[in-house]
Design a protein around this ligand. Structure first.
Ligand SMILES: Cc1cc2nc3c(=O)[nH]c(=O)nc-3n(C[C@H](O)[C@H](O)[C@H](O)COP(=O)(O)O)c2cc1C
Length: 268
């Protein structure tokens, strides 16, 4: 309770480039406060995640009673935030239950639209990326509203079971954006081949979610480092097989959509 998490992370990073990921709060004053703190702590880009109006229905988490928020984990950025505390009207330590309730109300935001996203974009001079895009029309809207980049992602499949695989959505979005802003990709990247495929389908870079957490669980910092060393080593080998000397050559791979069983044309 009360630790200054995003500032501490910034400090631990030292000179490393860091991006701040924001879930747009249902109360814009809280989003604004988090963005200000991220800027003040030297974060170099803002990522707004738009695919989480509420948490997904996760039967395994339910089965295991896995609710980290209810144990106070994952709230620290908010509990120490001046705007959050002002809206709450009391010290979170005095009533953790009601603080959690308010936090969940702030996080649940099912009326988010482009005007609100644009308002957040205008809160900062940092480049702003939108994470969680899966439809070409949303990609075009992000372009029109002046965003600086996109992350094609289905949140690692954690929200809607049976939804479109993010990789299937990638080619249509790359076409819609037509190189005007960078398109990044995540969800399911596990091997160097996965990186190669995403980049061949037009992603400028990929992000990795769970694998580094698995590395962390198995062997701490060394485990995280091993996950990324292996990923890069695999990518090197895959690039050699694909006759790609540099990552620019990967984008030039002829007809990358052939990598997808349906020719890269998702049904929408
Ligand atoms: C435990 C866990 C927590 C996550 N928390 C966030 C989050 O706070 N914000 C966000 O944008 N994405 C979050 N994600 C989604 C990841 O950023 C990423 O989109 C997803 O994990 C990518 O898929 P992958 O795990 O298959 O690589 C989370 C994922 C996991 C597994």
């Amino acid at each position: 309770m009360g630790s200054r998490v995003l500032e501490e992370v910034a400090e631990a990073y030292g000179d490393g480039t860091r991006w701040f990921q924001l879930y747009p709060a249902s109360n814009p004053r809280i989003s604004q406060s988090l963005v200000r703190r991220a800027e003040a702590s030297g974060y170099r880009a803002l990522v707004i995640t738009v695919d989480t109006p509420v948490m997904g229905w996760r039967p395994r988490d339910l089965r295991h009673g896995y609710y980290p928020f209810s144990h106070g984990h994952g709230l620290a950025n908010y509990l120490c935030d001046p705007a959050f505390r002002a809206e709450l009207g009391f010290d979170p330590a005095d009533d953790p239950g009601r603080s959690l309730e308010y936090f969940l109300r702030v996080l649940a935001h099912d009326t988010l639209d482009w005007s609100e996203l644009t308002a957040i974009r205008c809160m900062t001079s940092l480049p702003v990326l939108v994470k969680g895009i899966l439809h070409p029309q949303d990609a075009q809207a992000a372009l029109q509203h002046g965003f600086d980049g996109l992350i094609v992602s289905n949140h690692g499949g954690r929200h809607l079971d049976g939804f479109i695989p993010a990789l299937y959505a990638l080619p249509g979005i790359v076409r819609a954006v037509d190189d005007r802003i960078p398109v990044l990709f995540d969800s399911g990247v596990r091997t160097g081949d996965d990186v190669l495929k995403a980049m061949a389908l037009g992603a400028r870079a990929v992000l990795v979610g769970r694998p580094y957490v698995y590395g962390l669980a198995v062997a701490g910092v060394e485990g995280v480092s091993a996950v990324f060393r292996q990923l890069v080593a695999e990518l090197d080998i895959s690039m050699i097989h694909a006759r790609c000397r540099t990552l620019n050559d990967v984008h030039m791979t002829p007809s990358p959509v052939r990598l997808l069983p349906d020719g890269g044309n998702p049904s929408f």
